[in-house]
Design a binder for this molecule. Structure first.
Ligand SMILES: NC(=O)c1ccc[n+]([C@@H]2O[C@H](COP(=O)([O-])OP(=O)(O)OC[C@H]3O[C@@H](n4cnc5c(N)ncnc54)[C@H](OP(=O)(O)O)[C@@H]3O)[C@@H](O)[C@H]2O)c1
Length: 289
């Protein structure tokens, strides 16, 4: 079994986690809505992740809704002391499975209580405020009001640490004036590199950057250069995509998502792969193209 600690660790505020983690979104039903096709398989993936050393799981109560948190609780509660569960608030699902903003004080407070109940904890390890000025990507807009609500819940002991998701550089700066921001979770992978400058800034500040869709999300990455590098190194394209992120910057924490035990093992084995310089150059060309 791969020793995922080989990929190193980074901090989430005052906690340290391994750089290879797991994202639970794929465990809900189709379109991240409703229950999984195979509940036992979903539970088995979560248990296998932790058994293989994962100590950082990303989730949200709006996956399902409620489904992934309930699966995490059933699979893993009582939680190991070293496990950090990162959740997010700021959206709610419509009956048609749509993703809608939920930023009022009442909605945010309700979402925190839903997460506490469904995860079965007294305090949430990390809560990301998922910004929804544009659901598909970072867009400017003031975050003081919703972030202040979370900071108040943090003072009341219901939230331990706060991060931002789908955030611009200006919003990260604004957030820092309100409370400590321990992580930023935005879309980023070797073909989608809009956050290059932000990642470097966060690395300098010692703040974690957690790319969502590290494998391309609902349309997994496909590229000739990626396949060629993978074939040359005797790895899979998905392992190379993860190894590229690991080498891209030391503050990047990985949360690849899968509902498959085989893919989980494959993704965690990216810890065994160190990309040589010429492979990094070839892969950097994908984002530049
Ligand atoms: N903050 C946000 O707005 C936001 C948005 C999206 C996601 N997230 C978080 O980020 C995490 C990661 O994103 P994601 O799961 O959407 O996308 P991802 O990790 O980029 O890719 C997941 C997709 O790749 C497939 N896959 C995984 N491993 C594979 C492998 N080794 N070979 C081939 N296919 C593979 C999965 O299918 P199988 O199930 O068949 O393996 C799934 O379709 C999520 O779980 C969630 O926690 C956050």
């Amino acid at each position: 079994m791969t020793d995922i600690a080989k990929a190193g660790t980074f901090s989430l505020g005052d906690r340290t986690v391994k750089r290879l983690g797991y994202g639970a979104m794929q465990l809900a039903g189709p379109g991240v809505y409703g229950p999984p096709k195979d509940r036992d398989a979903a539970i088995a993936v979560l248990r296998a992740a932790v058994a293989q050393g994962v100590d950082h799981i990303d989730t949200s109560d709006f996956y399902g809704p409620h489904v992934t948190n309930q699966l995490i609780r059933e699979a893993l509660h009582p939680y190991p002391d070293d496990l950090v569960i990162v959740t997010k608030v700021g959206a709610k699902r419509g009956a048609d499975a749509s993703w809608n903003p939920a930023f009022s004080a009442e909605e945010l407070t309700q979402a925190v209580h839903d997460n506490l109940r469904n995860l079965g904890v007294d305090a949430l390890d990390v809560v990301n405020l998922r910004l929804m000025f544009d659901v598909h990507g970072p867009a400017e807009g003031a975050i003081e009001a919703p972030l202040t609500v979370l900071a108040d819940l943090q003072r009341r002991g219901l939230i331990r640490r706060i991060g931002l998701s789908n955030a611009t550089r200006a919003q990260v700066a604004e957030g820092r004036r309100i409370t400590e921001i321990v992580c930023v979770q935005n879309q980023y992978n070797l073909a989608h590199r809009g956050d290059d400058a932000l990642i470097d800034e966060l690395a300098t500040a010692g703040t974690a950057y957690v790319p969502f869709f590290p494998l391309g999300g609902f349309s997994p990455l496909q590229s000739t250069a990626l396949s060629e590098v993978a074939a040359r190194l005797g790895a899979t394209p998905m392992q190379v995509a993860l190894a590229w992120l690991l080498r891209r910057s030391p503050n990047i924490l990985l949360i690849p998502g899968t509902s498959s035990l085989g893919h989980l093992r494959e993704n965690l084995a990216a810890a065994d792969l160190t990309l040589p310089d010429d492979a990094m150059v070839a892969l950097d060309g994908i984002g530049a193209a």
